[in-house]
Design a protein around this ligand. Structure first.
Ligand code: SF4
Length: 87
């Protein structure tokens, strides 16, 4: 998996959005957050960052907590033996 570009978050589509949309309470819907991610210019960087850091909670790079859990369980290939780039 590619490394996120330095400073990618300065272009984040969610920079002015309500953070609670990206961390919906249990039973809440991530739909609005995912819609914002779809038009975000740095969604791939955001996704790479979240996977490298092992972010468990919230919406990152157009993926939900469950999406990323399934990717990790499926043995997502990262090209570095599965270890995060930051640790
Ligand atoms: S992909 Fe989604 S969570 Fe990531 S920076 Fe863009 S809008 Fe925010």
């Amino acid at each position: 998996m590619a490394l996120p570009r330095p400073g990618w978050w300065t272009e984040a589509g969610c920079i002015d959005a309500d953070p609670e949309l990206f961390y919906p309470p249990q039973g809440g819907s991530p739909r609005v957050a995912l819609r914002i991610c779809r038009s975000c210019p740095v969604s791939l960087d955001c996704f790479a960052y979240s996977m490298a850091r092992g972010e468990i909670y919230g919406v990152w790079g157009g993926t939900t907590e469950g999406d990323r859990r399934r990717l990790r369980a499926g043995g997502l290939r990262t090209g570095n033996g599965g270890r995060g780039h930051h640790g």
